[in-house]
Write a new protein. Structure first.
Length: 226
């Protein structure tokens, strides 16, 4: 059945700008924004609190199914994760939880547990989903698929800037090393590796400001709606 409004799938590596671009695009279009990576971070956060090992696939999958996930938007349109009705977004935005989420996201049982949830968010269209396998696994029938890339050094500088703005320490060289390691993990995993869908449009944001990225995306959406 054709959706009345499109599903927009924005995939890419960490720091490529997809989160900010997805947020601004969703706000511009009046669409719901779903940060799928936040779902894995949410599971990682609660698993850490409960002492669940990062290789305990069955317990992690059960945990994911037991949690109630939702998203709300702040005044800037940023998506914030709600876990069992509580805003815990700030707690999932650090390097430790990001690294743990990357590890547990390789587990097929956990990915399966979260797959239906992700699809439910976009079943009626009018949604921007950003992550690493939206166009290839979650919504292979998305009306628009974009794969965002950027040079690892530039991605590290962007991440460092965000950390500094939050008053946290940031070493660009260490962040770049972490980014490269995470890329290798995401690209090399057996289940849903990080790669563009065959019909995805590639967008390199290395030399582009966020306004230019969003404008390009908006034009792509308009071309699909025409």
């Amino acid at each position: 059945m054709k959706r009345t409004r499109p599903v927009i799938a924005i995939d890419g590596a960490a720091g490529a700008g997809k989160s900010t671009a997805a947020r601004l695009l969703a706000k511009r279009l009046g669409y719901k924004l779903v940060d799928t990576g936040a779902l894995y971070r949410g599971v990682a956060l609660v698993a850490k609190e409960r002492g669940i090992a990062d290789d305990d696939a069955s317990s992690l999958a059960a945990l994911a199914r037991s949690l109630e996930f939702d998203f709300t938007a702040d005044e800037e349109g940023k998506s914030r994760l709600l876990l069992n009705g509580v805003d815990r977004d700030d707690e999932i935005r650090n390097e430790e939880i990001a690294a743990l989420a990357s590890r547990i996201s390789q587990l097929p049982a956990l990915r399966e547990a979260l797959l239906e949830l992700q699809r439910n968010f976009g079943v009626d269209g009018g949604v921007v989903l950003e992550g690493r396998d939206i166009g290839t696994v979650v919504f292979p029938d998305a009306e628009l698929k974009v794969f965002m890339t950027a040079d690892p050094g530039e991605r590290a500088r962007r991440r460092a800037k965000k950390l500094i703005e939050r008053g946290e320490p940031a070493d660009v060289s260490e962040i770049e090393a972490t980014i490269r390691q995470r890329d290798a993990v995401d690209e090399g995993r057996e289940i849903a590796p990080l790669r563009p869908a065959e019909d995805a449009i590639r967008l390199d944001s290395t030399a582009l400001g966020i306004e230019a990225v969003v404008e390009n995306l908006a034009k792509l959406v308009a071309s699909r709606e025409a």
